[in-house]
Unconditional design. Sequence first.
Length: 426
Amino acid sequence: MKIPWETFERETIDHLRALVRLNTTNPPGNERIAADYLAAALGAEAIPTVIAESAPTRSNLIARIEGSDSELAPLMLSSHTDVVPVEAARWSHDPFGGEIADGCVWGRGAIDMKSKCAMDLGIALALRRAGATPRRTLIIAAVADEEAGSELGARWLVEHRPELVRAGFVLNETGGFTLFLGERRFYPIQVAEKGFVTVKMTITASPGHGSMPRADTAIAWMADLIGRLTRHPMRRRVTPLMRRTLAELGVTPEKAPPLFRPMLSNTVTPTIVRAGYKDNVIPGEAWAILDGRTLPGEDERAFMAELREIVGPEPSLEVVKSAPPAESSADTDLFRLIKARTEAADPGARVIPWMLPGATDSKFYAQLGAVCYGFAPVRLESRMPFGALYHGNDERMPIDGMLWGLRLYTDVVLEFLGLRRENVFA
Ligand SMILES: [Zn+2]
């Protein structure tokens, strides 16, 4: 039975609202409630699912619809079901209410990223209800713990249950939203993301009495190091991808808009500083956490060498955690399909490949050989502060923009699976 398009739209918005109402704030996560919700919906259409728990209540849901052509590499639609904490008092609507107001679905996760989770679910359900068999196998992954570094989600799956998430292609978050630069509209598609190296920097100096001032204390030294890190950007290196992105924007690296600057070098940002324990004691130690980010093509050792050049030989530098960068080629049929369909859906706009300065689950799926793109399309009005709503107060998804994205996303996914919209929708 073909699915009326309006039914598909309404159900997808309903799934988003239901998912927002499930409080999966990480920590502690408790993604099991989201996995159970998805498993019940998929199970009602007899779609096989696996729930893999990396720890109690930390559930990863994987569903699979086999394609008819085993020569084609599977397509995985991926999302994470955890969300970041809220400051509830600063919201204008209940962050876990899933309310509709002012044309938006409000709530934590409405953008990041229960909306894509709802779209992935909706597509799987529609395929099965319409009795459509894709040529290419479709995998749905809705996983835990992305917001805390993926240890119990994508990273765990790749290390412990790779057979569940091995795919040729992955469509994940961060890409496909309208980016306004001057008068022009772009749709960035994430093809690369930076790695991270979190470093604890410790310095020691002789302690003393607070009444006896000195210049060579651990605190003064730390202040100097923080100043040096802030004043000395790491060296600029324009990767081939960023050369292409900037060329599409029509700017030189020197003139890159602020949004793009973190993509032109490794970066290091002090995020925690600690020293001292009593008001009249000069402490003998100070430490800081440095949030380091590495460009594709750079490794941890090169990053640490560059950091060492800035801070000098004395401080102790200890890597707390790290994960490598990832980059997929933009020279694939899937990228060309995304580009063609997106540019047709918003005439005058251009698709550009881009690099995320942050991290997503894609870096782990890429380790299994998948080509990973950020494509969760939403059309935005220029006044929508979309970027600020990621992890911000009053996170909300504009319904019109999401439904525009749903149509585009569904067209891209169905075509890549070897189907057409008419095979599934009335
Ligand atoms: Zn996210």
